[in-house]
Design a protein around this ligand. Structure first.
Ligand SMILES: Cc1ncc(C[n+]2csc(CCOP(=O)(O)OP(=O)(O)O)c2C)c(N)n1
Ligand SMILES: [Mg+2]
Length: 368
């Protein structure tokens, strides 16, 4: 068998969570350990650290008024390992807290800054990169992923689509439409739900009466698995199984990655108003970055000197990306309107004409 049927071992109805590495970086399920070389581990670690550094910088920029509101990935960096299980040609359909993993798939870091600086150019992905733009409307994008996956199946492309969503998104009607559609069409799509316990101030406990979020997949006729979403080995193994299965005609797969956001929902939120600091502390003991670092240190492939060098390297990358994004000219009105619809709706055409007029008037004023 080309895949290990992890979901058979971890029945989502029984509240069992797939965990391969414990919170201290020790391997507790050697039998389920995925094949990742030391080089792979270092790469995954690099993207996680880069994601965290990019976040920290973005937070400072927002506080300085140089960037708009954004949703930090802080605490959820193990998402990187899921993108690492994809192949060239596979599609990523993100929500709004996935900037760490999009880097793995070739999204330039400066796009993240551009987007949240309000520059539409940030949504322009490189030609060979299959990532959809950030989707802020909660739960509306999984259905796009299913459509893309279905198209890939019809075209016999052998590519898969993976969509990322939060625990809160599973309460939206479109999420259920997407799940149903995926199951019926046997679309090669993976739903990767980052259950970070909160949807802004709404806790997971009142989001759904289901014991696990993963078990929702059962009702739609495909496997669902709950995993430790801060364990890069569990993340990689489950996503790899899901991707291989989908690519080989097995249809959709649902992964509930149990994780936690350490920071605010967005820069406009104050989590101390609704959650206990003790909860945050509990999860910080399970930090995905720290766990992988401990594992690599125990293996003898990582030390303080390498860590220092890496931090310096990512800081430079972050500074360069910010500099480039601040130097990029603001998107034109055409950039904003020309890429979503082949033919603009009458309302959009009217808005475009209006904005062009405003832009021309502004240009004329500044030239005087
Ligand atoms: C359709 C819609 N309703 C409400 C919002 C406001 N909103 C933005 S994020 C969010 C919570 C999302 O929670 P979850 O899906 O768990 O993702 P997380 O933010 O935890 O990553 C809400 C209600 C929105 N953006 N779109
Ligand atoms: Mg959430």
């Amino acid at each position: 068998m080309f895949f290990t049927m992890l979901y058979d071992k971890f029945d989502s109805l029984k509240e069992q969570q797939l965990q391969i590495m414990d919170k201290d970086g020790k391997i507790i399920r050697k039998d389920l350990m995925p094949k990742l070389s030391n080089d792979d581990l270092k790469k995954i670690y690099y993207y996680m650290v880069l994601g965290r550094a990019a976040d920290q910088k973005a937070m400072n920029l927002q506080r300085q008024g140089r960037m708009g509101t954004f949703a930090p990935v802080y605490g959820q960096e193990a998402q990187v390992a899921s993108a690492y299980a994809l192949q060239q040609g596979d599609w990523v359909v993100p929500a709004f807290r996935e900037h760490a993993l999009t880097l793995v798939r070739g999204m330039p870091l400066k796009n993240f800054y551009l987007y949240y600086m309000g520059n539409e150019i940030g949504s322009v992905v490189p030609e060979d990169t299959r990532i959809l733009p950030v989707s802020v409307p909660v739960g509306s994008h999984p259905i796009h992923a299913v459509g893309i996956a279905w198209a890939s199946k019809i075209k016999k492309e052998k590519t898969v689509a993976i969509t990322y969503l939060g625990d809160g998104a599973t309460s939206e009607g479109e999420f259920h439409e997407a799940m149903n559609f995926a199951g019926v069409m046997k679309a090669p799509v993976i739903f990767y739900c980052q259950n970070n316990h909160w949807a802004i101030s709404v806790p997971r406990s009142i989001q759904t009466a289901s014991k696990t979020i993963a078990q929702k997949a059962v009702a739609y006729g495909f496997p669902g698995i709950q995993i430790d979403g801060n364990d890069i080995f569990a993340v990689y193994a489950a996503t790899k199984e899901a991707v291989d299965r989908a690519r080989n005609g097995g249809g959709p797969y649902f992964i509930e990655a149990v994780t936690y956001r350490f920071g605010p929902h967005t820069t406009a939120d104050d989590p101390t108003k609704y959650r206990d600091e003790k909860e945050v502390e509990y999860w910080k003991q399970r930090c995905p970055v720290m766990r992988l670092r401990k594992y690599m240190a125990n293996l003898g492939i990582w030390d303080d000197k390498q860590e220092k060098k890496l931090l310096e390297k990512v800081d430079k990358e972050v500074e360069k990306a910010v500099e480039e994004s601040e130097k990029t000219p603001i998107a034109t009105v055409d950039n904003v309107f020309d890429y979503t619809f082949a033919q603009l709706t009458p309302q959009l055409a009217e808005q475009k004409t209006y904005l062009k007029k405003v832009q021309d008037e502004k240009k004329a004023r500044t030239q005087k």
